[in-house]
Design a binder for this molecule. Structure first.
Ligand code: HAM
Length: 419
């Protein structure tokens, strides 16, 4: 038996309605905020992500699906969309055609992480990127938009965390003071954090190790090292959000796992999903375009994990069990009427009815059982004496009412079923 690859999942027909429900709602929201859909290839040149996301991040150093193609080009399955969207904006000069590109996506992503509940190797994100303008209004819009989507879905136990990572210069100065502080405590840090001390010191804030957490409690914070410009920007974003009644928690230890952020970063977490509690994350990335392209174009965005949101929905019991229905099941009483059944089905499907019939030559009893199983609102009996007299019997499966329909007045079936 060949099976799915570890950490990937089939989304089976019985689960699809939840996905479609979510995707439709997300599309509806993006439309309201006037974001346009963008689709980029599933794979890109590796350098796009290694430069964009940062060599020392976990994503680039440990998690990417990278391989050489047949012409020896290093290819990577996209682990996130922001770098791809920015590449696309630059490549097609969207930034020169309009001052602001407001884009959204729904797409699979790939990261070779250790699978667990809410963490997969192929997962799906929806997200938005607003590229071209640096305005605190856009930072706030990303948080409002993503928060409203989660609220509209019905999720309750949400926390919105926000932080500012300032400018690279502020961050670099701050890293020096963090280094000075941690040098004294280096021996108490976990092995992983010792490595991060040299490669990506800010990520030590993300460690789940008890000893590390203890050390980081008294660490200096970036937020205290921001210049007036960055502080003002952060205050403006927060005050817009507070006017909009978004409950915010400033978390100076929120560092995020991608290196391209400047200024605002945020995450929305749910109590309903266990360890992988971040439903979405995002922030501003004013220097990313310059890192992967030839010019500076500011941007801000977020991405949400669909699997995690579905998990939260399941745990908060937000989805009623699915009740699929069809309009009509055709029951063939005489085996030789195969073609007639096909024709009637075709005619009624063209009228817009959901019609099903038996393809497997089963008995009348089995066909009736199937009509019940499919939750058909009506069944149509084709065959027997009535058929010879030019008639068909239409039965309401709920109340048992029967109506006789003339064979040449099939359109009347639509009136009976749809009322
Ligand atoms: P991220 O925090 O790496 O950010 O991912 C965003 C969301 O994707 C996470 O909050 C989570 O819900 C989901 N996610 C990430 N990894 C997995 C996984 N292995 N399995 C299931 N779900 C996962 C980004 O990707 C940035 N591009 C967000 C962004 C957009 N920043 C600015 N614009």
């Amino acid at each position: 038996m060949i099976k799915t690859i570890y950490g990937t999942k089939d989304i089976l027909p019985f689960e699809i309605s939840k996905w479609v429900f979510l995707e439709n709602m997300v599309r509806e929201y993006f439309k309201r905020f006037n974001y346009k859909e963008i689709r980029t290839p599933v794979f890109e040149e590796t350098i796009l992500f290694s430069r964009g996301i940062g060599e020392s991040t976990d994503i680039v150093s440990k998690e990417m699906y990278t391989f050489l193609d047949r012409s020896n080009t290093s290819i990577t399955l996209k682990p996130e969309m922001t770098a791809s969207v920015v590449r696309s904006v630059l490549e097609h000069s969207l930034d020169k055609q309009q001052i602001l590109s407001k884009l959204f996506y729904i797409s699979p992503m790939f990261r070779q992480e250790r699978p667990q509940a809410g963490r997969l190797r192929q997962f799906h994100q929806f997200g938005a990127e607003a590229i071209g303008v640096n305005s605190p209004l856009l930072d706030a819009e990303m948080i409002v938009l993503s928060y409203q989507i989660l609220k509209q879905i019905g999720l309750q136990k949400l926390t919105v965390k926000i932080n500012s990572l300032g400018t690279p210069e502020e961050r670099s100065k701050y890293k020096d003071s963090l280094k000075t502080y941690l040098e004294i405590h280096l021996s108490s840090l976990s092995e992983d954090s010792k490595k991060r001390f040299y490669t990506n010191i800010l990520r030590i804030f993300d460690s789940k190790d008890g000893g590390d957490i203890e050390v980081m409690k008294n660490a200096p914070l970036l937020i205290d090292h921001l210049g007036t410009g960055s502080t003002e920007q952060f205050e403006t974003v927060k005050s817009i959000l507070s006017e909009l009644n978004i409950p915010l928690e400033v978390d100076p230890k929120l560092v995020r796992g991608l290196d391209y952020y400047t200024h605002t970063t945020f995450e929305i977490l749910s109590e309903s999903v266990g360890a992988q509690s971040a439903l979405l994350g995002g922030g501003r990335y004013d220097l990313l375009a310059e890192q992967i392209g030839d010019r500076r174009v500011p941007g801000v965005g977020f991405a949400a994990g669909l699997e995690r949101i579905l998990l939260a929905c399941e745990n908060e019991k937000l989805f009623a069990p699915e009740s699929d229905k069809i309009d009509l099941y055709l029951i063939r009483l005489d085996k030789e009427l195969l073609v007639e059944v096909g024709l009637i089905a075709n005619r009624l499907r063209a009228e817009g009815l959901i019609v099903e019939f038996d393809y497997a030559d089963r008995s009348v009893k089995a066909q009736m059982r199937e009509a019940n199983k499919l939750n058909s609102s009506h069944s149509l009996f084709i065959g027997g004496e009535e058929y010879k007299d030019g008639k068909l019997l239409l039965k309401n499966m709920n109340d048992g009412d029967q109506v006789v329909i003339n064979k040449d007045e099939i359109h009347k079936i639509l009136n009976v079923i749809k009322g």
